[in-house]
Design a protein around this ligand. Structure first.
Ligand code: F1P
Length: 346
């Protein structure tokens, strides 16, 4: 676990350093719940964190859009721990949400890219991502860096709390250390994804579907496409497809499935069959060597196998590349998309 979480630096409110979470382990372990507040891509990272914290730490987690939370009259108290996730550290809604939670006595942990930004300064503790600010507007490395940090926090907490055994903890750390090489392998998929992008660059709509840990990845894939290529895209939990989006599916609808081998694999395979039965065009992100889905989907992109809780770090990469290539082919400025601000401060 990185220096950022060892709590070597003294966390003090209003200071540059976030100081890790060491001093807050008891507080978090005894919290009534963890409340995650964020916007946009950071909110999607928060959803992944919800699954991870609940799985390993067995603490209830709620994920709220900061922009909703701040304007209602939420029930927050001293036994709540709030995690604020923000690339820029300046997002006005996230800042207002944590000020509100703080005024009610909650403990605030920041997860942020930009050192010394307003959100880390307002937080009691937390961690920088150590990834540096995004160069462009749309968050990409922030998503993976935020999830990495939140995963490290959850594993450390679960280990200290005893909800993960020593051997499970060690095994997950080894899996986590293997992630960078797997991400590098995903970047080698670039040429293949460029070819797929060419086929779909003129689509009017896209649907992204995933289950479990890959559900937030579906949301993030859709958001990236919207943000930089201006194609309407929706992300949905695959199991919810039958409650509405299935009506949209015909031969003109590209459906991106994030269908890596995990505990919901069989179910997502049947969702792919449902889409194919309605002539939808399926692009599937699958685990290396998966020939079953390859026989059904129009296009498959193979990513390295990983523990299911770490898969978002890997499965999001081909989706980011897909959005990038489609945007470039449509002549969009991927670094400075229209109407978007790098940090939304009002
Ligand atoms: C949140 C966010 C980004 C998005 C865009 C607008 O920012 O919604 O996810 O890509 O740049 O802002 P932040 O709180 O993570 O800085």
């Amino acid at each position: 676990i990185g220096d950022c979480l060892r709590g070597r630096l003294n966390a003090k409110e209003g200071h540059l350093h976030l100081g890790g979470i060491n001093d807050y382990v008891n507080k978090i372990s005894n919290a009534d719940r963890i409340l995650i507040v964020a916007c946009g891509t950071s909110w999607h990272a928060g959803l992944v964190a919800e699954y991870i914290f609940e799985e390993y730490c067995r603490i209830p987690v709620e994920v709220e859009y900061a922009s909703e939370f701040r304007y209602r009259n939420p029930i927050v108290g001293e036994k709540d721990v709030v995690i604020a996730i923000s690339q820029s550290g300046e997002t006005a809604d996230t800042l207002a949400a944590i000020e509100l939670a703080k005024s009610k006595g909650a403990t605030i942990l920041g997860v942020c890219n930009v050192v010394g930004a307003s959100i880390p300064r307002t937080s009691h503790a937390g961690s920088y991502t150590h990834a540096g600010p995004e160069i462009g507007v749309a968050s990409t490395k922030a998503f993976t860096a935020q999830i990495s940090v939140l995963t490290m926090m959850a594993l450390m907490l679960a280990h200290k709390k005893g909800s993960l055994t020593e051997s499970e903890y060690r095994k997950l750390l080894v899996e986590l250390e293997a992630v960078p090489d797997k991400v590098a392998k995903c970047l080698d998929l670039n040429a293949q994804i460029e070819i797929i992008s060419e086929k779909f660059k003129d689509a009017a709509n896209f649907l992204y579907l995933g289950r479990g840990y890959n559900f937030p990845v579906a949301l993030e894939g859709a958001l990236k496409l919207k943000e930089i290529s201006y194609i309407h895209a929706e992300g949905y939990p695959a199991a919810e497809m039958k409650h509405g989006p299935i009506a949209l599916i015909d031969e003109n609808m590209p459906v991106v499935f994030i269908a890596t081998k995990d505990s919901s694999y069989e179910k997502i395979v049947s969702n792919i069959q449902e889409v194919k039965a309605r002539k939808g065009k399926v692009i599937a992100i699958v685990t290396e060597g998966d020939t079953d889905i390859a026989g059904m989907a129009d296009y498959t992109v193979e990513v390295p196998a990983a523990h299911e809780s770490l898969m978002p770090l890997i499965s999001v990469i081909p989706l980011q590349l897909l959005s990038y290539h489609i945007a470039v082919m449509r002549g969009c400025n991927v670094d400075q998309p229209r109407n978007l601000a790098k940090s939304v401060t009002v």
